[in-house]
Write a protein that binds this ligand. Structure first.
Ligand code: FNR
Length: 369
């Protein structure tokens, strides 16, 4: 009877629960190009592996016999209260994964009640994604081009469309060195521009390969002033791993930082994002929120990131695999599964509020064995 019950539950699920199975099933569905793009890591993938290994290093040490009957996962961010410390990371060109692309993702995100960060390189426009669900919380992920007016206009469009904040990604200033980009270009060493549909305000819903966005390779801290002057929206700097950069971000008026190594896609051999987290949290010293991504696969991972000082975490590839397999339902299920595990870990570790979770909930297994 028990086995039959499990079979029925599994039948009702649109996506596998375990991350490895989810990834395998999604990759089987994708074209070789899309598979290569989503799994891509810089170089030989050492940073991507290190991202995961860093999670294994920290182990949860539960406390027992505490009243955990009334649990809350809610957090304060972007001047608002969010029910969960989880968000969907910006991932460009989502029609590669499902015909509805970001329109399916925003529906799944709204159903799961988590914010969705829309990439500058999205396959649908800023406005079309916002129009799809007016109850969604959206962030706009910005890549700066050398053209300040063009960049400002993108931010203004996000503001007008009701986005709640800007994630300015800064670990993307030059192209990464990765086998898949080298193999797919004939006359260039690696890709140097960014596919983009937002530079044209018609919503084509394509895989955003027609318009190309140049990177601003010369941008520095002083250039942030044009952006803070251009918008009242909170701006979070995404791709910070050095504590001195976290301090500089605060000094230059950033409203938050996102500790991230882009899912291990930029520099092979760079520090694991989770390893970088505590130094950044200490450097920021509560001045602004610290968000986290790169390697989060389940609720226990979100718990560990929060325990090490993150206010919230993003998932990238996990929801893209959900999108691939089952559109909005897949995005919803993957997100829900992470949150359900997080709620379980919260209670089983003896906490009733995610806001109370701190470093004392973890042990560093490298030090303690
Ligand atoms: C990304 N990421 C990303 N980041 C960003 O700021 N703008 C973007 O357009 C993209 N595009 C993108 C495409 C794909 C296919 C992937 C996998 C990732 C990085 C993303 O926001 C996030 O940092 C990582 O995905 C987090 O790591 P995990 O959860 O995928 O391990």
């Amino acid at each position: 009877l028990y086995r039959r019950k499990r079979e029925i539950e599994t039948e009702r699920r649109a996506v596998p629960l375990a991350f490895d199975e989810l990834e395998r099933a999604a990759l089987e569905r994708l074209s070789p190009d899309a598979e290569a793009y989503v799994t891509a890591s810089a170089g030989a993938g050492e940073t991507a592996s290190a991202n995961r290994a860093a999670f294994d290093r920290f182990r949860i040490v539960p406390r027992v016999l505490r009243d955990v009957s009334d649990r809350t996962l809610s957090v304060e961010l972007f001047g608002e209260t969010f029910p969960y410390p989880l968000m969907l990371a910006p991932v460009g060109g989502q029609t590669k994964y499902h015909e509805d692309g970001e329109l399916a993702t925003v529906r799944g995100a709204a159903d799961a009640d988590v914010p969705f960060a829309v990439s500058t390189a999205s396959a649908h426009t800023i406005e079309a994604i916002a129009d799809e669900r007016d109850d969604a919380t959206l962030l706009f992920q910005l890549y700066c081009t050398p053209d300040r007016e063009e960049t400002t206009e993108l931010v203004r469009r996000a503001e007008r469309a009701g986005y709640a904040g800007i994630l300015l990604t800064v670990d993307f200033q030059v192209p990464r060195w990765a086998p898949e980009t080298a193999a797919s270009t004939n006359d260039r060493l690696y890709e140097s521009t960014l596919a983009n549909v937002n530079s044209d305000s018609d919503d084509e819903g394509t895989d955003a390969t027609s318009d190309q966005l140049p990177r601003d390779e010369s941008m520095t801290w002083d250039d942030l002033a044009f952006l803070t002057a251009a918008t009242d929206l909170p701006i979070y700097l995404k791709g910070v791993v050095h504590p001195d950069d976290a301090r500089l971000a605060v000094e230059h008026g950033m409203d938050g930082v996102v500790v991230s190594n882009h899912g291990g896609r930029q520099i092979d051999g760079s520090i694991a994002a989770l390893t970088a987290l505590t130094d950044v949290v200490d450097a920021v010293d509560g001045a602004v929120p610290v968000l986290f991504d790169s390697g989060v696969r389940g609720g226990a991972d979100v718990f560990k990131a929060v325990a090490l000082g993150a206010d919230a975490a993003f998932i990238g590839r996990p929801y893209v695999y959900g999108l691939t397999l089952a559109g909005e339902r897949g995005v919803y299920e993957v997100t829900h599964n992470v949150l359900a595990e997080l709620d379980s870990v919260l209670g089983l570790s003896g906490h009733d509020s995610i806001a109370d979770v701190d470093r004392s909930a973890l042990v560093d297994a490298d030090e303690r064995g």
